[in-house]
Design a protein around this ligand. Structure first.
Ligand code: HAM
Length: 421
């Protein structure tokens, strides 16, 4: 038997309803804030991700699914959505009429990480991006949307971590302080960090290797090296969070795993997911649109890990896959022919009706109706056909009534509508 690829998974009926509910809640919330859906391809030229996310990141160095297509061009399954949305924003000149554009997208991403609970090689993100607003108020508004979504889904035990990564004016000063610190700890760093400490020392702050984490206790904090503009930006952000009554902690080690960030960065973490504690992450990337060939344009956004969010929501809700509105237990060819007509007519009207297509006894059909958790069963055999009336049994109250055959569809539709109200 051919099994699915390691780190990939199926989301089966039973679980998928929860995903649909999360997606619908997110769409509703984001659209209320003026965000519009954008759909972008799952593959892009490798260069787009390498230049956006950064050559020295784990994602680009180790985790991308990259391969030459038949003409030899290097393409990559998207490890994230931000780079593609920026590409689309530039390519379609979406800034031309109105620079402030707000997008969301939901879909699969691909990273070849070591699979474990909460970490998959194909995972899903709900992604939100705003272009054209430099103000930190929008960063705070993004976090408001994020925590509201979690609240609406009744997720608890979540904590907002926030930091500022400064800008091209102040980051060199911090890099220098960090490099000096790293030089004094070089022998305690892993080989990746030793290599990175020269070209991209911020990445060392993000390393998950326990020895590196230990070596970094006492490292300089970027928040002590911000320029006046970045400090004012960060203050505005914090004040807006306070005014919206959103709790958060400042985490000067929060550099995120992607290189495009400037100023505000944030993550939502939870204690309920074990090692994979980040449910969502994001921040500002004011330099990326320009770096990819577009105009100077501030931008900010976040992505939620949908797999992780679904796990958190599932932990708080029971599986409630509804059964069919009616199961039609038909006996004999003529009854089955009539039943099939009703099943189709009801289905077209959004009333879920199931039947047994083979020649089975009434007893086995009733068993199946029970297994499916059908709300009611309509019984029709030769006697019922002769009498011109079918028997409808309510499976909860056990009450039975007879329905004239020409009224079957209307009657079941009315009952289904009433039990939904
Ligand atoms: P990220 O932190 O790499 O950010 O990913 C965002 C979220 O995706 C994580 O917090 C996590 O919940 C989920 N995630 C990441 N990798 C996996 C995985 N292997 N398995 C399951 N879930 C995973 C970004 O991707 C940025 N593009 C976010 C952003 C948008 N920044 C600005 N705009």
């Amino acid at each position: 038997m051919i099994q699915l690829i390691r780190g990939f998974r199926d989301i089966l009926p039973g679980e998928v309803e929860l995903w649909q509910r999360i997606e619908a809640t997110a769409r509703d919330l984001f659209e209320g804030f003026g965000y519009r859906e954008i759909r972008i391809p799952v593959m892009e030229r490798t260069e787009l991700f390498a230049r956006s996310i950064g050559e020295q990141t784990d994602i680009v160095e180790k985790e991308m699914y990259t391969f030459p297509d038949r003409k030899g061009e290097l393409i990559t399954l998207r490890p994230e959505a931000t780079a593609s949305i920026v590409r689309a924003y530039i390519q379609h000149r979406l800034y031309a009429q109105e620079p402030v554009r707000k997008f969301y997208t939901i879909g699969p991403m691909f990273r070849r990480e070591r699979p474990q609970k909460g970490r998959y090689r194909q995972f899903y993100q709900i992604n939100v991006e705003v272009f054209g607003v430099a103000s930190a108020l929008v960063d705070a508004q993004l976090i408001l949307m994020l925590v509201t979504l979690l609240e609406r889904l009744a997720v608890e035990d979540v904590h907002v971590h926030a930091n500022s990564l400064g800008c091209p004016a102040c980051r060199p000063d911090f890099r220098k302080a960090l490099s000096d610190y790293l030089a004094s700890r070089m022998d305690r760093l892993c080989s990746d960090c030793r290599r990175r400490s020269e070209k991209n020392p911020l990445r060392v702050l993000d390393c998950k290797v326990p020895d590196c984490r230990d070596a970094m206790t006492g490292a300089p904090a970027i928040t002590d090296h911000l320029c006046d503009d970045c400090r004012a930006h960060f203050d505005t952000f914090r004040r807006a969070l306070d005014e919206q009554k959103i709790g958060y902690v400042i985490d000067p080690r929060l550099v995120r795993g992607l290189d495009y960030y400037t100023r505000t960065t944030f993550e939502v973490q939870t204690g309920s997911l074990g090692a994979q504690s980040a449910v969502a992450g994001g921040g500002r990337y004011d330099g990326l649109v320009k770096a990819l060939g577009g105009p100077e344009m501030p931008a900010t956004g976040f992505a939620i890990g949908l797999d992780r969010l679904a796990e958190l929501v599932a932990a708080r809700s029971e599986g409630t896959a509804p059964g069919p509105d009616v199961f039609i237990a038909a006996l004999g060819d003529e009854s089955r022919r009539r039943a099939f007509g009703w099943v189709c007519e009801l289905g077209l009207d959004g009333v879920q009706a199931e039947m047994e297509y083979g020649d089975r006894s009434l007893k086995s059909q009733m068993k199946r109706a029970n297994r499916l958790k059908a709300r009611r069963v309509l019984i029709v055999g030769e006697n019922e056909l002769a009498a011109g009336r079918a028997v409808l049994r309510d499976m909860q109250t056990r009450e039975q009534q007879e329905i004239p055959l020409p009224a079957v569809v209307e009657e079941i539709k009315a009952l289904a509508a009433a039990s939904r109200d």
